[in-house]
Ligand binder design. Structure first.
Ligand code: BYC
Length: 466
């Protein structure tokens, strides 16, 4: 561990002067991007943050007050495995790639750039949320997520600089040039161009969109390109907290709504967020996050797998056939205005296989929120919409489905849209509740406090010194 270098790292950066210089040149551009596009208004405040200082599962992080621009963004890879092998695909069993194989160079760069692009995008999406935080605890969690997304950008930029020469450096620069939601230079994937401008959006985003991150990173943690696999394994350690923030955040909103419903069935009257609005936010972010897995039938996914670049979720643990040339996968597709089953060679269906794992994981979140409702004595339940609902990528894009997955006409969809997806009025109502609460130990009326604080600290702790 070289923690005290300008760029903390465990990749012996000081021994590769060219790479070190290139990254040190990128550093001020990153800081300038952080200054312009990072959390607005709190840059000079002390925030009680964890900083990665090691890659071991024990004691990998240090907690202390830090001003965000002084955060030690570093490059950390999990230790190399001796004799690592390509774990799947056409080169199954061959020595893992320590350098980029020429024939896979474009595919690999594209995967790394796409992954890298999401990280600064999410910081941009969330940059104004600090001004309306429901508590200091939540404010700190927002900033923790933001600085770590910044570190995840560093992780991908390191790979681009270290392994892709000049085009890698150009791609690293471009990662700081695209902007979430900017029509002229948008972020690559659509979910990262959607506004995330209130805290209900933030929790739904960290629940559903960060969870896509978990599955994509897990698939890349299996990669035969070892530097990528080792990088992603460590990123997953940090990612867990981001999903925790979303999952528990939504759970706390649901709980508070249920409590307020005891006072008044119309929770708007008592400043709560109605369950219907929560359901619409779930529908919105779940469907956009499903798009992030790519098309149901994808030759890209087959190529990535064949090349040994991107595996399945828990490829080594869950599967015995790592070549996957034999099997097939049956999915529903639209043909002549009807949903019909189609059998697809397994390798071409791997986006859908990964998406299926993701959906199972999301369902667990729903079960937790529904338990929160049951615990408060309510009979209402929240649910995930069908995977075909409101899709913009893949087989179901361009068709219309209800939340149960039934094929409907564009007119039927239009007529029900305001029941299924947040309307401008819903968003305005949610925004009207977003008044900052920054007194130690206090919390906004529309959300319940967490059951415990961070790293043994109580909820009543000065997580951000204002
Ligand atoms: N939006 O074969 P297809 C995270 C494009 S999140 C716009 O169907 P493929 C995080 C695609 O590029 C995880 N375009 O899909 C979370 C292709 O374009 P071309 C991010 C899309 O390539 C929260 C065409 O459609 N990591 O970490 O198999 C906060 C057909 O593509 C979209 C990764 O994504 C979309 N949603 O799979 C912070 C991992 N989807 O070639 C961070 C790396 C597809 O026709 N990326 N397209 O021009 C990948 O593995 C793949 O690129 C994808 C797409 C899974 C995204």
């Amino acid at each position: 561990m070289n923690l005290y270098e300008r760029i903390p790292n465990n990749v012996n950066l000081s021994e590769d002067k060219r790479l070190q210089r290139a990254l040190e040149k990128w550093l001020p551009n990153f800081l300038s991007w952080w200054h312009d596009m990072g959390p607005e208004g709190f840059q000079e405040k002390d925030v009680w943050l964890r900083t990665a200082i090691d890659v071991g599962s024990e004691g990998w992080a240090h907690f202390d007050y830090v001003k965000m621009p002084d955060y030690r963004w570093g490059i950390f890879l999990e230790p190399a495995e001796p004799d690592a092998k390509v774990g799947f695909g056409d080169n199954y069993g061959a020595p893992a790639y320590q350098e980029v194989p020429g024939e896979f160079r474009n595919a690999l760069r594209r995967i790394i750039v796409t992954q890298g692009d999401t990280e600064p995008a999410s910081v941009e999406q969330q940059r104004r949320l600090g001004a309306t935080c429901p508590s200091l605890y939540d404010l700190r969690n927002l900033f923790q997520v933001n600085v770590e997304e910044g570190r995840h950008l560093w992780a991908m930029v390191y790979l681009l600089h270290a392994y892709f020469g000049r085009d890698g450096r150009d791609e690293a620069d471009a990662l700081l040039e695209r902007r979430s939601g900017n029509p002229d230079k948008p972020r690559i994937l659509e979910a990262f161009n959607q506004p995330c401008d209130d805290w209900l959006n933030f929790y739904a985003f960290t629940m559903f969109t960060d969870r896509d991150g978990k599955y994509q990173l897990s698939a890349l943690a299996e990669s035969g390109f070892e530097p990528l696999a080792r990088t992603c394994r460590f990123m997953l350690t940090e990612e867990a907290h981001h999903m925790f923030v979303g999952d528990t955040g939504l759970s706390r909103v649901v709980k508070r709504t249920a409590q307020l419903m005891k006072e008044n069935e119309d929770v708007r009257e008592v400043g709560g967020i109605p369950l219907e609005i929560i359901q619409k936010y779930i529908n919105f972010w779940f469907s956009y996050s499903l798009d992030l897995f790519g098309g149901e039938i994808s030759s890209n996914s087959a190529d990535f797998f064949a090349a040994g670049l991107k595996g399945r979720f828990k490829e080594q643990e869950q599967y015995t056939d790592h070549v996957a040339t034999e099997g097939s996968f049956t999915m529903q597709v639209v043909e002549n205005g009807k949903l019909v089953p189609r059998e697809v060679p397994l390798r071409n269906a791997l986006n859908e296989v990964l998406r299926g794992e993701y959906v199972k994981d999301c369902e667990k979140g729903l079960a937790r929120w529904n338990k929160a409702l049951a615990d408060e004595g309510r009979s209402e339940r929240l649910s995930l919409p069908n995977i075909r609902f409101h899709r913009h990528v893949g087989e179901y894009a361009g068709h219309y489905f209800d939340t149960e997955g039934k094929l409907i006409s564009p007119e039927e969809f239009e007529a029900k849209k305001s029941v299924w997806l947040p309307t401008i009025e819903d968003r305005e109502y949610v925004r009207s509740l977003m008044k900052p609460v920054t007194e130690v130990g206090k919390i906004a009326n529309w959300i319940a406090p967490p059951t415990s604080g961070i790293k043994g600290k109580p909820f009543e702790f000065e997580y951000v010194r204002l």
